[in-house]
Design a protein around this ligand. Sequence first.
Ligand code: AMP
Ligand code: FE
Ligand code: FE
Ligand code: ZN
Length: 285
Amino acid sequence: MHADLHLHTCFSDGTYTPEEVAGHGKRCDLAALSVVDHDSLEACPRMEAACRLHGIEFIPGSELTAEVDGRELHLLAYGMELDHPHLLRALDHCQEVRQNRIREIVFCLNRLGVPMAAEAVFRLANCRSPGRPHVARALVEAGYCHDLDQAFDRFLKRGRPAWVPKHKMSAAEAIQLIHEAGGVAVLAHPGIGRTDYLLPQLVAEGLDGLECFHTKHSTPITEHYMMLADRHQLITTGGSDCHGMNKGQPLIGTVRLPYAHVDQLKHRIRDRRSRAPLASRLLQS
Ligand code: AMP
Ligand code: FE
Ligand code: FE
Ligand code: ZN
């Protein structure tokens, strides 16, 4: 039995609907799936229903952008209560920040002589959590770039002329928020960011796990993070980071996480929930 715990839908920068993601999960014979849209939980109810139809276990999730020491980190949040008021308010704020950032990016593009309207990006994104991939798609569709990579390389990457920084929560704030909502926090694709030196601090702030298995991790990188997880008593997760058809072939199912890791994750969620401060729960009810 295998799982893929890192999937995106059209509620952020993926191209598949929740039902399509569940269908592909079935085709790939996956026993468990998690969707981790950027700063959004909106796909979760539909994913839950679609997975139930296919007999697939679904774990709710989201990918939050956070910052430590001026560096951007992605934190995977798993197992939260979907109606937690504080979490929903925070995600709402992140989505508003994303929408304003799209306007700023488009403003930069206009100054560079690309006459694109923010509304065109919003129409294409058709979600509350738009990101640079949507701008990239709009640039490709309007014929300004050949493909998404070129759009990032010419305009959207850090250091490029239409790059706009994004306000982020600190990792400590994000981890606390995730715990408060009954979830666990896993550092996404640690092999991409060169942030190993931050691990002791993140662990002290309550980090629960490392995403050891990821499309962009080679076997030695995966082994390196398995070793670090062991050293810091962290759980280990993994997934394909599939964004649908954005990059040609769907990645779903290309990272096959043995189910034992899902058990570990569920265990950690239960453990966190049993330790969550009772007071905050009582206040909410
Ligand atoms: P944002 O959250 O708006 O800063 O956008 C970050 C997202 O852009 C990441 O989650 C990736 O999905 C995507 N991304 C980054 N680089 C590229 C690239 N070269 N081609 C396509 N997508 C990319
Ligand atoms: Fe993404
Ligand atoms: Fe990410
Ligand atoms: Zn992702």
